[in-house]
Design a protein around this ligand. Structure first.
Ligand code: FMN
Length: 386
């Protein structure tokens, strides 16, 4: 009998069974002690709702906009590297699921399927996430490729110019595709669903990079190129330079402090994402739901939309974040687990689960429209105030 999937945790368990250890661990881990990774989720749980009864709960809607784009619910797919290793053709499958569901999909610079490939297999414009590399002609080329693919926003990630260490990736010898060591081969032998799909695709390398940089044609030249390329000297001047080259909507990812939020407003960005990279970078950073109030307080009345990611695992979390002042959230692992578990159908399942949970939670709180959700539905003392 097919397993009954009722929550994101069910998808996580299924992904763990189906995805090779190296890639499952890559998704399901944080940096160093993983304290921020764990506290992102735990902090959401502390926030409690006021339950209302005998109020009309008919005709509900989670529909809203994110940077002016109509969305079926205030949830976007976060950019994640190596998504095509959780499941063959992963980025295309996730982008298709997002398009059908009516939520934005963000493609990572470090994706397996290329910008052009995803554009070819979708019809709704997606968002492109840019890592700022030292090789500025390459960055400019990426911007132009995203433009040519009709991407409707550029997400600039500001918190990964240096890498937080993830112990599991080092121990597993993470590589794409996996090296055929005896340990890896033994593990792969237990993952027939993954292997079968992977054997039927040619997309196994970083599609945005291999073949687009002189001298980078295979995996070994690629790893040495990327390890030297993330630019630790990234500054707000680079943001201005990218904004000028791009000329479209900009979302700044990785803002955790009011001072940086004010600089984001000054840069002219359309939105910012309160993000600690899902607990993968600064171990010991605040959970994002606890960092959000001071950012809303600092720039909530300015001309910028505030999004949040890190630790969102349910529709209840979406409602909590919106109630605390986020215009919308991004989900990383929640969609990756769905993808690893069941491909496109798994991403759709993850979105359906989150939608239904958010819809019913909003109704239990006595509201029918996501636009009416605010802090009044939360129990004071269970969330952080500025
Ligand atoms: C496996 C994995 C790969 C990621 N790769 C990227 C990336 O390439 N670019 C980026 O800006 N963020 C990346 N992130 C961070 C996500 O965009 C997002 O901030 C994070 O996943 C949110 O936390 P959550 O997974 O708890 O939802 C990655 C996250 C994961 C889990």
């Amino acid at each position: 009998m097919a397993p009954v999937i009722t929550c994101i945790e069910d998808l996580r368990k299924m992904a763990k069974r189906r995805v090779p250890r190296m890639f499952y661990d890559y998704a399901d881990s944080g940096s160093w002690t993983e304290s921020t990774y764990r506290s992102n989720e735990a902090a959401f749980q502390k926030i409690k709702f006021h339950q209302r009864v005998a109020v009309n709960m008919e005709n509900r809607s989670l529909e809203t906009t994110m940077i002016g784009e109509k969305v079926h619910m205030p949830v976007a797919i976060a950019p994640t590297g190596l998504t095509g290793m959780q499941h063959a053709d992963g980025e295309i499958l996730a982008a298709r699921a997002a398009e059908k569901f009516g939520v934005p999909f963000t493609l990572s610079t470090m994706s397996i399927c290329s910008i052009e490939d995803v554009a070819e297999h979708t019809s709704r414009p997606f968002w492109f996430q840019l890592y700022v590399m030292k090789d500025k002609p390459f960055v400019e080329k990426l911007i132009n490729r995203a433009k040519a693919a009709r991407c409707s926003a550029l997400v600039i990630t500001l918190d990964l110019q240096i890498l937080g260490q993830r112990h599991k990736d080092l121990k597993n010898g993470l590589s794409s595709p996996p090296k055929p060591t005896p340990r890896n081969l033994m593990n792969l032998a237990t993952k027939p669903y993954w292997c079968w799909n992977m054997l039927h695709t040619k997309r196994r390398y970083f599609g945005n990079i291999v073949g687009h940089v002189t001298g980078v044609d295979d995996m070994s030249s690629l790893s040495s190129w990327t390890s030297q390329q993330f630019d630790p000297a990234l500054s707000w001047d680079d943001v201005a330079w990218i904004k000028d080259k791009w000329g479209g909507k900009i979302i700044l990812k990785g803002i955790m402090e009011p001072e940086d939020a004010r600089l984001a407003v000054k840069s002219g960005a359309d939105a910012l994402i309160v993000s600690n990279h899902g607990g993968r970078q600064l171990d010991g950073a605040l959970p994002t739901i606890e960092a959000l109030p001071s950012i809303v307080d600092a720039v909530g009345n300015d001309n910028i939309e505030i999004f949040l990611d890190s630790g969102v695992r349910s529709g209840q979390d979406v409602i909590r974040a919106v109630a605390m002042g986020a215009r919308g959230v991004f989900i990383g692992r929640a969609f990756l687990y769905g993808l690893g578990a069941m491909g496109e159908a798994g991403v759709t399942k993850a979105l359906e689960i989150i939608y239904n949970e958010a819809d019913i939670t909003m109704a239990f709180c006595g509201l029918r429209n996501i636009k009416d959700v605010n802090r009044n539905i939360l129990v004071p003392g269970t969330y952080l105030v500025v």
